[in-house]
Design a protein around this ligand. Sequence first.
Ligand code: GCW
Length: 657
Amino acid sequence: IAEDGLNAWLRYAPVPGASGNTFPSAIVALNKTKSSPVYIAGQELQKAASVVVGSLDQYMTATNSKYIPGLEVDGFWLNVKGSSVQIVGQNERGALYGAFEYLSRLAQGNFSDISYISNPSAPIRWTNEWDNLDGSIERGYAGPSIFFKDGYVVDNVTRVAQYARILASIRINGVIINNVNANETLLSDRNVQGLGRLADAMRPYGVKLGISLNFSSPRGFGGLDTFDPVDPAVIAFWGNVTERIYHAVPDMAGYLVKANSEGQPGPLTYNRTLAVGANLFANAVKPHGGIVMFRAFVYDNHINESNWKNDRANAAVDFFKDLDGKFDDNVVVQIKYGPIDFQVREPTSPLFANLLQTNTAIELQITQEYLGQQDHLVYIPPLWKTVLDFDLRVEGKPSKVQDIISGERFKRPLGGYAGVVNVGTNTTWLGSHLAMSNLYAYGRLAWDPTSDPQAILQDWIRLTFGLDPAVLSFITQMSMESWPAYENYTGNLGIQTLTDILYTHFGPNPASQDDNGWGQWTRADHNAIGMDRTVSNGTGFAGQYPPEVAAVYESLETTPDDLLLWFHHVPYTYNLHCRKTVIQYFYDAHYAGAETAQTFPVLWSTLKDKIDAQRYEDVLFRLNFQAGHSIVWRDAINEFYFNKSSIPDAAGRVGNH
Ligand code: GCW
């Protein structure tokens, strides 16, 4: 079968051996309204099997059953006993999640009896789409927007509904549909009406719509001469806008705000704090049950490298720490996983350990901005796990990031996950078939961050490519090797991705990191490399962590090799824990990473007869590109540091071209 990718992992392909198993013979969906998630659940099940599905209330009424304890908001109970199947959600959204869970088991050839409850780790499981109103997508690699065209919301919402279906199957419950670098004309009457249309398309899938706002809209759009967040006219403007939007979208999820960052307007212009800015919107949406996601990605992009103590990584804690407790209860501070910007490896953002009376969410990036832009296979969840599992030891107690953002650690009412996805109109959604494992795993991890990235990956492989053992084993191998390989041939030891940071964020350009105000510095000179972020002699960044963690990073001896150059400025000849020198590690890792990438197309070609031609060719093309580009990376980076350091490669490979 040709497979264009629109159904992603929801293919319901025939499963070998399925015929001997008993399927239920009738489907009873307990809500017949076509716009209800339970109705959709019934429809989905119809495509594969037969069952009773409904929310807890509907189930108790219709079947005279007792209350099912243990179900939390959006959670579900799945009960399979032979041909009798019950799927009961705490709410209708949960019922749909349970239906997709059941179908996922069937599609993977799992027909066994089971009974269990599954609840989400956190209430906020959203995507962010950086779509512009003209239809372009910032850092999008899969064609133009499915939401906007030529300045307006699209008329045809077919793709939007299809996207919502995919998101529901991984239990995503909200989408911010426009770029955080927001255009205020989204607030026009025509566009607000359009928002209603988009929300209607997504609602049956339990996916709520939210939007990014431009902080200066009162001036740029409202005709006021100010956007000062305490000005009564400004407050009235936002109240008004919010009423109009909720009129069109009664269940709107809320607002996302990027303020005072990378040239965006914000409250600091008027000497108001970021909390005052966030609460302005929080007040407006509160009566409607809305949430404000306020981004912590606030920093000055004109800092001076000649000052040894300057450090962009310090910005988030510097800006937000003193505001802890000042945000309204329906504000969530949205924090990128690392202190800089979606690099191939970063330490966990210390801001998670500095906001004890504030709701927080983690921002992850599915779109591979710095990670090869979907032209390289990079399965990212193992990187995300380094952060979600990281124990920040706040007040000397276990404080994993996953337990902070779930709200559990500091007893917060809200929190969760925001994933920057940037799907486009390309029929593969992300521009690459294999990149979809990242989206799939994002949803699964947001639901349950304790799950194993490899197990999630294998569910995705079976659902996407079928149950053949060779397919399973080779795609698993390539995917699991892909992040370490990419780290090896781009930037290792915590130096960052070493891609071009000034324009494309694609391909090697280690020189672009330094001598500019962006602050993604490496401080590489002829003798030494790395940012000294110690308290004793550097930027003090290490001191933003709670004492136990700070002590680990402060000392050269205890800093792990993979973050060495993030925290320390050392000679190229410095000996790592692994006993190599820094420079020899660079040379070897770049060779090793590129060598691994050479194996990907070879492994893939062995699957030629097991995968439809269209997907086979498409993936092969990309893997061949990656194999070649990894050599470009390897040589560019190695030659660059050979020229800087003049230290020869012990294996004689570098400097001989
Ligand atoms: O990673 C950087 C990107 C910008 C992006 C910004 C942000 C939407 O290069 O394109 O802007 O981060 O996250 O706000």
